[in-house]
Design a protein. Structure first.
Length: 120
């Protein structure tokens, strides 16, 4: 009886046709190439998201620096006086307001100049 047990546990070699081995290898390569392609696509999407996030962060940093410079400018007395004059119509003591009701008389039919003419 001990002899029969040994035969049960003995490994046996089986021959597999070459075409089956090639087909199995082809299937393994095909499956892994599809998985690799999907992973590469996902990585590209994530890279795009990171680049977009970096761009948004840089734009927000620029906006913060612009707002900080405006805040620094707004703390000056000249800025406050200018805003009071232009937006709220306040006048300093001794100032006189001139309102031009027909600007075409000053510049003709074309639009008003963007810059004041230079003094002679």
């Amino acid at each position: 009886m001990p002899r029969k047990r040994r035969q049960l546990y003995k490994l046996r070699y089986k021959q597999v046709p070459g075409i089956v081995v090639v087909a199995a290898m082809f299937m393994v390569v095909a499956v892994f190439s599809v998985i690799n392609n999907n992973l590469n696509r996902g990585i590209d999407e994530l890279r795009g998201m990171v680049e977009e996030g970096s761009y948004l962060v840089s734009m927000k940093q620029k906006e913060v620096s612009d707002l900080a410079s405006k805040l620094e400018l707004a703390a000056t007395d000249d800025f406050i006086a200018n805003e009071a004059r232009t937006q709220y119509g306040y006048l300093a003591p001794g100032e006189i307001r001139f309102v031009v009701t027909n600007p075409e008389v000053l510049w003709g039919t074309e639009a008003a100049p963007t810059r004041a003419p230079a003094a002679p």
